[in-house]
Write a new protein. Structure first.
Length: 422
């Protein structure tokens, strides 16, 4: 095994993991809105892009069975780079919406497969000490990818829109740049990723045995105590956020006369892609510190309030559409900070529920329900918004917060879970 310092590949690997997810889930929303697609179609069709992450546990065993994780990483990065270039080429086409959606769909599958392989490779390429040391580094570079995608690239697209006056051209250039970045990452990782001796396909395991074992593991998940309540929690805790995520950016972009704030594309990059991400990150960090000190049980309800109450800023902004840009940034920061803090409870409960035999597989199933909980409400968010208008839609979001409180009230959590052991 050729030795490479983890500093040479862990940061870049998790930057590569974050960037395509942002392209599929966020850049697509902004691009389609700027290209004149209706909110109903944006929410419905982009929500389907969640499917690969919903069904990821179904094919993750075959990533182990067929090839090395290193091979999957390199191959998926090449496919993602080609996909980004394909989007760039087809944006100016007549049927760009259908074509780019199809490519985004393929990119989503490639990105989900890349996630499986990268997370597995991380455990193979580092010893236990290295895994613990770099866990914060990998999260940091995943967040940097978020800022690069949602912030810098959207600001670039906005600058090109202003300077050229050509929206399709602006987004084509933006996606060409992303493709170039990803091809560079592919070439870099093809040389720099280590080749751990333990990274080899499980050739001694047949596909039939693997499917049988998976079905047994899947069945054991549904035999766990409180599984019905746990699934309800996974699906409904983020019911407000699932809808808000799809309509937040269209609201900021839509003109005043349509109930929006009439912001420019580059302003979205600042508000959502920079200020919002910083708030989200800080909220998540503080949430983790709080639970580590006092346990999840003590902080559960403060986190429920934190993820719910700040959604009121959208009601405020829809009532006062001429709010200064600085105050819009403050509002989005508050909402994203609250979401980051409150989301900590959600992720830790998934870990809590997954404990025991088959914990890794059970956690993967939990994340599938997590993705499904974002996908289904998001599909109807655009139709609801266009039916109700932005102001009433955001009031509806606040009503949906009752579901968050209701499913949380059903949980039973060990008071010692999450506390630092004495």
């Amino acid at each position: 095994m050729k030795k490479h310092s983890p500093w040479l590949w862990v940061p870049s690997l998790y930057f590569a993991e974050g960037l395509p997810y942002i392209a599929v889930m966020t850049l697509s929303l902004v691009m389609y809105k700027k290209m004149g697609i209706s909110n109903t179609d944006i929410a419905l069709y982009t929500s389907w892009l969640n499917v690969p992450w919903v069904i990821k546990p179904l094919w993750s065993p075959f990533v182990d069975l067929l090839r090395t994780k290193r091979w999957w990483i390199i191959s998926m990065q090449l496919l993602i780079g080609a996909g980004l270039a394909g989007i760039a080429f087809t944006i100016p086409a007549t049927h760009f919406f259908q074509t780019t959606l199809a490519i985004f769909w393929l990119m989503a599958f490639s990105s989900a497969t890349h996630d499986i392989a990268a997370d597995g490779f991380y455990m193979l390429g580092l010893d236990s000490h290295g895994q613990a040391f770099f866990v914060g580094i990998r999260s940091t570079f995943y967040r940097i990818a978020n800022i690069a995608g949602q912030g810098l690239l959207i600001m670039l697209a906005g600058y090109l829109e202003k300077s050229s006056g050509n929206i399709p051209y602006s987004w084509s250039i933006t996606f060409f740049l992303m493709a170039g970045i990803f091809i560079a990452l592919w070439l870099y990782h093809a040389f720099i990723l280590p080749r751990p001796a333990s990274d080899r396909p499980a050739s001694h395991v047949s596909a039939r045995n693997l499917i049988t074992e998976f079905l047994m593991t899947f069945g054991s998940f549904f035999r766990k105590k409180q599984v019905g309540i746990a699934i309800l929690f996974m699906l409904l805790y983020r019911l407000p956020e699932a809808q808000l995520t799809k309509m937040g950016i269209p609201f900021l972009l839509d003109p005043i006369e349509k109930g929006g704030l009439g912001m420019a594309t580059e302003q979205i990059g600042i508000v959502q892609g920079t200020v919002g991400i910083i708030g989200l990150t800080l909220g998540g960090i503080l949430g983790g510190i709080a639970v580590a000190r006092d346990g999840l049980s003590k902080w559960l309800w403060p986190m429920v309030w934190a993820i719910s109450l700040p959604d009121l800023v959208y009601v405020y902004l829809s009532c006062f559409q001429h709010t200064p840009f600085l105050w819009i940034n403050i509002c989005i920061f508050i909402e994203q900070f609250g979401y980051g803090f409150g989301f900590t409870a959600y992720m830790l409960y998934l870990i809590y529920f997954s404990r025991g035999t088959h914990s890794t597989a059970h956690y993967a199933i939990c994340t599938a329900f997590m993705a499904l909980g974002m996908m289904l409400p998001g599909m109807i968010a655009g139709w609801l918004q266009e039916t109700l208008g932005y102001r009433n839609f955001f009031i509806w979001i606040m009503v949906c917060c009752t579901a968050t409180f209701a499913v949380t009230a059903l949980l039973k959590i060990d008071p010692e879970f999450g506390k630092k052991s004495k």
